[in-house]
Design a protein around this ligand. Structure first.
Ligand SMILES: [Fe+2]
Ligand SMILES: [Fe+2]
Length: 191
């Protein structure tokens, strides 16, 4: 499905505010794709669709990713914030005809991150955090980093997420920890 048709169909799945966020992520991802020489069209599609499942009920998310859910722990299975990325990948493929594995993987990893992320995955992860409607603490710094050095922006974002989760005594996904370690080695070449 092309971008124009995705924009027409997407409001059937998400709220108006979420749509604004997704358009913001699409535009930011396009800018970052230009800057870092990634495929602009793939970045736009992944940005647009990354939150396609975000407004579903938990039961719908669970049924969409039933195969994968078997391998997920009890916490993740009950957490819409985490499950929507996996369910989003399924919807992008099933309802929007996206077959491109890079796009699907960028959708799947946009919340937790992971180790050894591709350029497109990094662009979507960062764009989700910094798109223009985001206003939380630290977003200006993340934006600045995103347009100067993508890996430094990734490290900054992982660090912010981890600090927040630990401060709130919340569950930390192993993928997020692995992503942090992985990007730390890319940025700092740690011993
Ligand atoms: Fe999301
Ligand atoms: Fe998002």
């Amino acid at each position: 499905m092309n971008i124009e048709n995705i924009v027409k169909k997407l409001p059937e799945y998400i709220t108006e505010d979420r749509m604004k966020h997704c358009i913001g992520v699409m535009k930011t991802a396009a800018e970052l794709a230009e800057k870092y020489k990634a495929d602009r069209r793939k970045a736009e599609i992944a940005g647009l669709l990354h939150d396609v499942a975000r407004d579903l009920e938990l039961a719908q998310m669970v049924s969409l990713c039933a195969d994968r859910v078997k391998n997920l722990n009890d916490y993740v299975k009950q957490n819409k914030l985490l499950l929507h990325s996996y369910a989003g990948r399924v919807l992008a493929e099933r309802d929007f005809g996206i077959r491109d594995k890079e796009i699907l993987s960028a959708i799947e990893k946009h919340t937790t991150g992971s180790n050894n992320m591709s350029l497109l995955e990094k662009i979507i992860f960062v764009s989700d955090y910094i798109e223009p409607s985001r206003s939380f603490r630290g977003v200006k710094k993340a934006r600045k980093l995103a347009y100067s050095d993508l890996n430094s922006a990734m490290l900054y974002i992982y660090r912010s997420i981890l600090i927040h989760l630990l401060r709130e005594v919340r569950y930390v996904c192993v993928e997020t920890l692995e992503g942090y370690n992985s990007i730390l080695m890319e940025v700092k070449k740690v011993e």
